[in-house]
Design a protein around this ligand. Structure first.
Ligand code: URA
Length: 452
């Protein structure tokens, strides 16, 4: 395939036809277009954007690059959620078993860490033996038996996205609304879903930090889903600070397990419940948000959700003992407590710097072929607005060696800023609900406005 004219046209602000997108994605998936040409095209898309018809064609081509899960004749409603990516975002690990424990089927296809953000697959693979590479046939049978399977993109599922995702991760081409939308929706539409709930992150740690970008991304994905028969809603959630306390794959898995055992940090639980309520409403198993919330709380409080996670781990070859004893997870060689350097109020915990440092410490990929260390990362116990006293422990660094500890401590010193008072209010944890009916503000914006 002669790709240079397509790159030139996109570079110069033109459009590619649906047939060109389809041929290009098929050729790239087949290995007939080299990564360097695709990188150039992705960069041109990042700068120039895509017309609506181009985005539809790209998404359909990525979806068509693989097979789909089909559940013909099975009436159980199937709902999944997907996040646009954050730091400390282990919601999927809590939410999938929790919602499955409420009787909704959750066929969850997730991605790996991307840029400074973590990925559900990497967190699951911190569990010794856990196999994310299920075939679609295995995933289908597990969903029908257990109500949930958590898998990655095998070459069967949107393989074009699998390749593009890895390429974007290392070519600074993640931050583009059409590329994120096509990536997420091509995976999700392959799951044979009845409905999809999106968690669109906003704030400095999100790929697209501004509220307007978040809303545009949400609306773009909702249109792609609805046009393809998958009822889709989105919640905009805060990513101006890490979610929960743990950042780093194994540490986040441990925090997710503690959450399933009823000991999750309040911010993680609030976001998890908000998304879970939307999933239960979308599945039609409850009619009101209040009833859906109670159902979720009961499933968690009764231990059913934790038990469901154990069954999922066991079915996917992992060691289910980690749910009882998270110490079975890989442990870091070196650990250091980080103390507050001064007395005052925490004014900021910079999620991007924390996420980048987890990658630099070996917890993420800097090149496509990198393997990651599941044990490294941070546990940060303070949030913006907390009062702290000099010398008080406010975080821990988990690293491979002394060099990792010093990198981690330096990052904490830079990422956690302390002042005499909070100058800028943190974003509301869940600020907007977006559906094809429009945008509903849920939280008060830091400046006092409610943007709808
Ligand atoms: N998550 C995805 O699956 N793809 C993106 O491009 C960004 C976040």
């Amino acid at each position: 395939m002669f790709v240079v004219p397509l790159i030139e046209r996109k570079r110069d602000g033109g459009t590619l036809t649906p047939e060109e997108w389809s041929a290009l994605i098929a050729a790239y998936t087949a290995g007939e277009v080299p990564d360097y040409q695709m990188s150039a095209l992705l960069m041109a898309v990042l700068w120039r954007g895509l017309e609506r018809a181009e985005l539809a064609a790209l998404t359909d081509a990525m979806l068509a690059s693989g097979s789909r899960l089909t559940f013909d004749g099975w009436d159980t409603r199937r709902v999944d959620k997907h996040s646009t990516g954050g730091v400390g975002d282990k919601v999927s690990l809590v939410l999938a078993p929790l919602v499955a424990a409420c009787g909704v089927a959750v066929p969850m296809i997730s991605g790996r860490g991307l840029g400074h953000t973590g990925g559900t697959l990497d967190k699951l693979e911190a569990i010794p033996g856990f196999r994310t590479g299920l075939t679609l046939a295995e995933a289908k049978s597990q969903v029908q038996q257990l109500g949930c399977a958590m898998l990655g993109q095998s070459p069967e599922v949107a393989p074009a996205d699998r390749k593009l995702y890895a390429l974007r991760d290392v070519t600074a081409t993640v931050e583009a609304i059409p590329l994120i939308a096509a990536s997420i929706m091509s995976k999700k539409l392959a799951e044979g879903l009845t409905a999809l709930v999106l968690d669109v992150k906003r704030g400095s740690g999100a790929f697209l930090p501004s509220l307007d970008q978040g809303l545009e991304l949400a609306q773009t994905m909702i249109a792609l889903g609805e046009d393809r028969g998958c009822s889709t809603v989105a919640l905009l959630t805060a990513m101006d600070r890490p979610l929960g306390r743990a950042c780093g794959n194994g540490l986040e898995t441990e925090e997710a397990i503690m959450a399933l055992r009823g000991e999750g940090p309040p911010d993680l639980m609030e976001v998890t419940y908000a998304l879970g309520v939307e999933m239960l409403l979308a599945a039609g198993v409850e009619k009101s948000s209040a009833k859906a919330r109670t159902k979720l709380e009961n499933a968690l409080g009764s231990g059913l959700a934790a038990e469901k996670f154990e069954r999922i781990i066991e079915a996917q070859g992992g060691n289910p003992a980690i749910v009882e004893d998270p110490a079975v997870l890989p442990q870091a060689q070196a650990v250091e407590i980080f103390e507050a350097p001064e007395t005052g109020v925490v004014t900021r915990v910079d999620p991007r710097l924390i996420g980048r440092t987890v990658v630099a410490m070996g917890g993420g990929r800097q090149r496509v072929e990198d393997t990651i260390d599941p044990a490294v990362g941070f546990v940060i116990t303070v949030k913006p607005g907390d009062k702290i006293v000099a010398g008080e422990p406010i975080a821990s660094v988990y690293a491979r060696d002394a060099a990792g500890i010093s990198l981690g401590c330096q990052a904490l010193a830079d990422a956690i800023t302390i002042g005499d008072r909070l100058r800028e209010k943190p974003l509301p944890l869940v600020s907007h609900r977006v559906s094809n009916a429009g945008v509903e503000p849920l939280g008060r914006e830091p400046g006092g406005r409610r943007k709808g």
